[in-house]
Design a protein around this ligand. Sequence first.
Ligand SMILES: C[S@@+](CC[C@H](N)C(=O)[O-])C[C@H]1O[C@@H](n2cnc3c(N)ncnc32)[C@H](O)[C@@H]1O
Length: 219
Amino acid sequence: MNITDLIIKTTSHETNIELLNKEFFKFSDGAARHDRFHNVPYNNFDLSGVECEVGEFLYSLTRMIKPSRILETGTSTGISTAYFGLGLLHNNFGTINTIDPGECKEANQLIDDLNINHLVTFTKIHAENYSTEEVFDIAFLDSEPKLRFNEFIKFYDNVVPGGIILIHDLNRNMGSVENWGNYETTLGGFIKDEKIQIFSFWTPRGLVMFQKPHPENNY
Ligand SMILES: C[S@@+](CC[C@H](N)C(=O)[O-])C[C@H]1O[C@@H](n2cnc3c(N)ncnc32)[C@H](O)[C@@H]1O
């Protein structure tokens, strides 16, 4: 069974993401990665897309905060787009704009097969060349690691007060030992000036979530 069939099967069970992940596990046995705390295997469709458990989190986040608009950089085969899209589908509203300079044919096919193409806009451009006046409730940054801090800066003003920015593959060391660039000179000012608060998750590849302040949040 291929990825599309597995996702179609799952979407017939409106909230049954667990089934999806079980099927993924069978499918992606060889690609399992381990978490950093307990050496427990995570599941993966492929080595480019988000881990299934991370996808499940993105789905749940979408279900929980009910975003009107989601921005994504780095579409690739569309795994994270699919999880966000399923969340939007089950919310009955909201859309996602996913940006990638590549053709992303597999992603297009996946989103088509899931019947969620009315919720997804594919924008074929380098994210650094993309500008919009639109505002987003969630920005998910998953292009090339070295680009993502600058994407954070670029799209910060496009995220609503209290909105969420997520950077995939970023570990709690903020990329200090990898080829990410210097987070202190890029994101340091946002942290120092309390323009952002940070949650860092110890997933196999890393995931850092940032929240912008909102006038009604007292922290
Ligand atoms: C790690 S993959 C994305 C995985 C995807 N989010 C998923 O879960 O399936 C990275 C993608 O970033 C894209 N990319 C590379 N440079 C980019 C840029 N300047 N702007 C946007 N996307 C870029 C690549 O073409 C590739 O498809």
